[in-house]
Design a protein around this ligand. Structure first.
Ligand code: MTE
Ligand code: MO
Length: 163
């Protein structure tokens, strides 16, 4: 049986260009508690903008630079995660995913990891990836720039499991 708490970063991935569903709702799941977070919920949290973000793709080169804005993932987790947590798996409606560690969220104060709602000052639509995880500075084929986030699964994982 597959252990959902184990995760290995992929080394490459063919990007999916089309929204898998129309629904931009995110479920934040922790042991014991599930919260539904909509783009409207995120808009009511403090907003941060990060400029100069590139989306780097092996196949198509880089796009950008873009300014993305939205709520920081750290603020969202501080608001909605229950209990102890060290890791959040960010999972999209098309099954793509990445993993974010609490210590990297806390360290990135200048260019925070976002749950982005807008691109270059314009509200993002589903075709742009709403709600999109933006990890500024990530240059490995955009493997952490997860479009269409549908679940944020909060876990308490030992630091030793970090690659
Ligand atoms: N949900 C989801 N997010 C994703 C992907 C995907 O297939 N599904 N592909 C990733 C990859 S490999 C790339 S290169 C970029 C492409 O982003 P773009 O569509 O904005 O150019 O999205 C990333 N985020
Ligand atoms: Mo990519």
């Amino acid at each position: 049986m597959r252990n959902d708490q184990e995760w290995t970063p992929p080394s490459s991935h063919d990007p999916n260009p089309s929204p898998p569903t129309a629904d931009p709702t995110i479920r934040v799941t922790t042991s014991g508690k599930t919260t539904t977070v909509t783009p409207e919920t995120l808009r009511q949290l403090p907003q941060r903008a990060v400029d100069n973000c590139l989306i780097v793709s092996t196949e198509h080169g880089a796009s950008g630079p873009f300014t993305f804005a939205g709520a920081t993932l750290l603020v969202v987790l501080e608001r909605f995660a229950a209990g102890e947590w060290t890791v959040a798996d960010i999972i999209s409606a098309d099954g793509f995913r990445t993993r974010v560690w609490r210590d990297e969220l806390e360290a990135r104060t200048e260019r925070p990891i976002l749950l982005a709602l807008s691109i270059d000052g314009q509200p993002m639509g589903r075709e742009h990836g709403l709600v999109r995880l933006i990890v500024p500075g990530e240059e490995r084929d955009a493997l952490r720039q997860v479009k269409w986030v549908s679940e944020v699964r909060v876990l308490d994982q030992p630091a030793a499991s970090r690659p």
